[in-house]
Design a protein around this ligand. Structure first.
Ligand code: ATP
Ligand code: MG
Length: 237
């Protein structure tokens, strides 16, 4: 082999691209004449397929960080790289496309559309991507124990059922990165435990990356890594 080729760098493969790689990220909110620095100089690299838990007291900036990672808000300083792409350089349309194709969101308040049926709620991300197929949604809802609720209105479900629908909606388009913000915050302990087990199972089976903000110590047992936001900084717990 010619010397020149021996010296050339190894080609970049998908394996060594981090799911998330942020550096020196800061976020300051401004309202009127006051400003509040919430995050300062955050660095975090999350490998593909990892489950990372973010802890921190109320108001420490967990949701702020998830909003930045989910391209829903922009940092004041620093850069955010998702799947090898700098999202700071993306325009709004590209960011919307990234959210629709590569990201899945699970919220504490479920955020289902109450007037739509269970099946319609879950199909929504596919519909937004121009895919008209209900077989994947039906299979996923079946796995989540909701086969008998496909046509029910989302507003008629219990909290645990609504969160299972929200999980299906977050996973239906097989996003590579799932961001979950206190997904068990409104549920009783047993239901919360079941929800975490379901999310962990589905996400690991598909090799997806999961970043979850939580107050629940119990969730830590499922995580590959636990970080804490403290005094605006990110520290390994
Ligand atoms: N859009 C906003 N504009 C101004 N300030 C905000 C905004 N969003 C959050 N904040 C402030 O930033 C701080 C961090 O809020 P954030 O919601 O990220 O905390 P959190 O860790 O998620 O808290 P919790 O555990 O209660 O959900 C809080 O003081 C909050 O008031
Ligand atoms: Mg929060």
């Amino acid at each position: 082999m010619p010397a020149q080729q021996e010296l050339s760098p190894l080609p970049t493969t998908r394996q060594n691209i981090a799911a998330v790689d942020i550096s020196r990220v800061g976020k300051t909110y401004h309202s009127g004449s006051t400003s509040q620095r919430v995050l300062d100089d955050l660095n975090l690299r999350v490998e593909r397929g990892q489950f990372v838990v973010i802890l921190g007291r109320s108001g420490s900036g967990k949701s702020t960080l998830l909003n930045l990672l989910g391209a829903m808000d922009r940092p004041t300083t620093g850069r955010i790289n998702i799947n090898g792409v700098e999202i700071g350089e993306m325009g709004d349309r590209e960011r919307t496309l990234l959210r629709r194709t590569s990201l899945g969101f699970i919220f504490q308040a479920y955020n289902l559309i109450p007037t739509l049926s269970v099946l319609e709620n879950v199909q929504l991300p596919l519909a937004l991507n121009g895919i008209d197929d209900d077989s994947t949604a039906i299979r996923l809802l079946d796995e989540l124990g909701l086969a008998n609720k496909l046509d029910a209105s989302a507003e008629d479900l219990s909290g645990g059922e609504q969160q299972r629908v929200a999980i299906a909606r977050a996973l239906i388009h097989t996003p590579s990165l799932i961001l979950a913000d206190e997904p068990t915050g409104n549920l009783d302990v047993d239901t919360g435990r079941e929800i975490i087990r379901l999310i962990d199972n589905l996400v690991r089976r598909n090799g997806q990356t999961l970043i979850m903000a939580t107050h629940s110590q119990e969730v830590i047992g499922y995580a590959d890594r636990v970080v804490t936001i403290r005094d605006q900084h990110l520290v390994d717990a």
